[in-house]
Design a protein around this ligand. Structure first.
Ligand code: NAD
Ligand code: WQD
Length: 347
């Protein structure tokens, strides 16, 4: 049997122009893989491709197409011998998913079904899927392990991640030759250290860190800290914030593990990808101020509907089985997020 090395492997990165996808394309390149991007740029800009080119020194081939379009998959698979897929493309706005659930069930769930059917049709074996810590809801105990119970989703978005995990698990169980890993990301933040790529939130950011950077940049009046009456050390809610580059590297480790399975009859596994440390909203603000020397103007406001008190990861399994661990600190991530914000503001 011909064993391919990463140098000869071509990975399809759906949503590869997005926040996490673009950073993963960089890490794939560094590990010796070739990437092909499939993205419709519905939540990203073509300029990302220029940033990627500057970082890795060459163009990344891309298809501007919709993952819901069967012909797009046919074109990609006919024109390329794809060894694996990292599936980022999805919609991710929790609030929007409540208003427009069918958009989420179509783009996140139906498109994933189509993708797996096309993988079957073209004999593509390896899949890494973007899941989320949102599947744990309000955990009974902390930190959460991969065995912690899955809680009823509190948004259609969260539900799409639970459903896709089930779809992938069930398909692997019956379909010879499909190997898959779901990565449950905690809260990704930051930007590439070159600040040539980063997060591009559209409109008013719902997430904490882009809201902080936009407030400090003068684009938002004041940060609202949603709730200081949670049963946590300072009353504000606790999350596990992970640098996007550390998160990107986890995908390379997951892919390597899938490829190592060779022709194993069935392989499916799930990994938490976080830092293992919870930080409160006030701790994030303090760390931002320390990393940048800048003050964050904030006010305490009522809790935000749907927020959990605290969630952070037990990453023992990803450390041991994937051989992956985080390398960057919260301050690294916040410093990079700020330098990216400054760069974006100048465009
Ligand atoms: P993102 O919006 O920056 O990237 C998603 C990319 O997919 C975008 O470039 C978008 O244009 C593309 N896309 C969306 N629908 C498409 C379609 N129909 N056809 C082709 N391309 C399409 O999001 P991200 O933060 O990079 O998230 C990537 C994945 O990780 C998503 O599946 C998301 O649900 C998951 N995730 C994100 C977070 C987070 O906080 N960012 C946390 C957990 C899980
Ligand atoms: C973090 C903390 C807020 C904004 C969301 C999705 C989740 C996952 C990651 C994809 C919370 C507080 C926020 C603000 C604040 N995405 N906050 N003021 O809610 O943990 O997770 O993104 O899978 O599914 O729900 O992240 O960054 O929105 O909030 O005080 O202006 O910051 O209340 O405690 P969250 P977040």
């Amino acid at each position: 049997m011909l064993i391919k090395t990463p140098l000869h492997m071509k990975i399809l990165v759906t949503g590869g122009a997005g926040f996490i996808g673009s950073h993963t394309v960089v890490e794939l390149f560094k590990a010796g893989y070739e990437s092909v991007i499939l993205d419709n740029f519905s939540n990203s800009e073509k300029a990302v491709l220029d940033g990627l080119k500057e970082i890795i020194g060459q163009e990344t081939p891309y298809y501007e197409a919709d993952i819901n379009d069967p012909a797009a998959w046919d074109k990609v698979f006919t024109e390329n011998k794809i060894d694996g897929i990292i599936h980022f493309a999805a919609n991710k706005a929790v609030g929007e998913s409540v208003q427009n659930p069918l958009k989420y069930y179509r783009n996140n769930v139906a498109a994933t079904v189509l993708m797996i059917e096309k993988m079957q049709e073209y004999g593509v074996s390896n899949l890494v899927f973007s899941s989320s810590c949102t599947v744990y809801g309000e955990p009974d105990s902390l930190p959460v392990t991969e065995q912690s119970p899955i809680k009823p989703a509190n948004s259609p978005y969260g539900n799409t991640k639970q459903i896709c995990e089930e779809i992938i698990k069930d398909t692997v169980a019956t379909q010879k030759g499909l190997r898959a890993i779901s990565l449950r990301y905690f809260n990704p933040i930051g930007a590439h250290e070159t600040v040539l790529i980063g997060e591009l939130p559209i409109g008013v950011p719902a997430n904490l860190v882009p809201f902080i950077t936009q407030t400090v940049a003068g684009l938002r009046g004041q940060l609202s800290v949603f709730g200081d009456d949670y049963p946590t050390r300072d009353g504000t809610a606790v999350r596990d914030y992970i640098h996007v580059v550390d998160l990107a590297k986890a995908h390379v480790s997951a892919l390597a593990l899938l490829i190592k399975q060779g022709d194993a009859p069935a392989y499916y596994d799930i990994f938490n990808i976080g830092t293992g440390t919870g930080s409160s909203v006030l701790e994030v603000i303090t760390a931002f101020e320390k990393a940048t020397g800048l003050k964050v103007d904030y006010a305490i406001k009522p809790r935000r509907a749907g927020d959990v008190t605290a969630v952070y990861a037990d990453c023992t399994k990803s450390n041991e089985v994937l051989g992956w661990k985080t390398e960057k600190t919260l301050e690294d991530a916040l410093g990079d997020a700020w330098r990216w914000q400054e760069k974006v503001a100048k465009r």
